[in-house]
Design a protein. Structure first.
Length: 181
């Protein structure tokens, strides 16, 4: 084997090893996707969503929520932790900071990202107080973080329909069952 071919083989092995480490570090631990509807007195929007959750570290659980309209219009990426949020639109960082305030200021609505993860998985968030409501067949109703939540149409432990209402804001997620990676 020539010296240059040997160097190329070593380089390719090195690069493929690095690539597999990067892929392993970026794989989400939990994913869900589907349709989303947001309704306020002033607007009604519907589109698609994608939720990715990454293992906890010293900063907590990391998540990425993407929402977009027909044909990918208005794609907005919300990425962060319970304490910090980045709003990205059209590939540019629109804002960074505390999640609820940023969403209200830049999107005109906000959802409780810190507890949404648990709702998507089919339960109230264990670290946030909640009041269990009367259970209907095939549904779980509770109040948490000042939201009235209904989880229904379960496939296994994951709901495929999540309805959350707070005041005049109504959020509906219709998803494929979430899955652990």
């Amino acid at each position: 084997m020539s010296k240059s071919l040997f160097c190329i083989v070593i380089l390719l092995l090195f690069l493929s090893g690095c690539r597999s480490l990067d892929v392993g570090e970026t794989q989400p631990d939990f994913v869900s996707s589907g349709k989303v509807s947001l309704k306020t007195p002033n607007q009604a929007r519907s589109g698609r969503f994608s939720w990715e959750e990454y293992r906890a570290d010293a900063n907590g659980v990391h998540y990425v929520l993407e929402v977009w309209g027909p044909l990918g219009q208005g794609r907005t990426r919300l990425a962060g932790t319970d304490e910090f949020l980045e709003i990205i639109q059209n590939g540019k960082i629109l804002a960074q900071g505390e999640s609820q305030l940023l969403m209200l200021e830049h999107l005109g609505w906000s959802v409780p990202l810190d507890v949404l993860s648990a709702w998507i998985k089919g339960a109230p968030h264990p670290d946030t107080p909640f009041d269990e409501m009367a259970t209907e067949p095939g549904a779980r109703l509770f109040n948490q973080a000042r939201w009235q939540v209904t989880l229904s149409r379960f496939e296994g432990v994951h709901p495929t329909r999540i309805s959350a209402v707070r005041g005049t804001l109504k959020v509906l997620l219709v998803s494929r069952p979430g899955r652990n990676q």
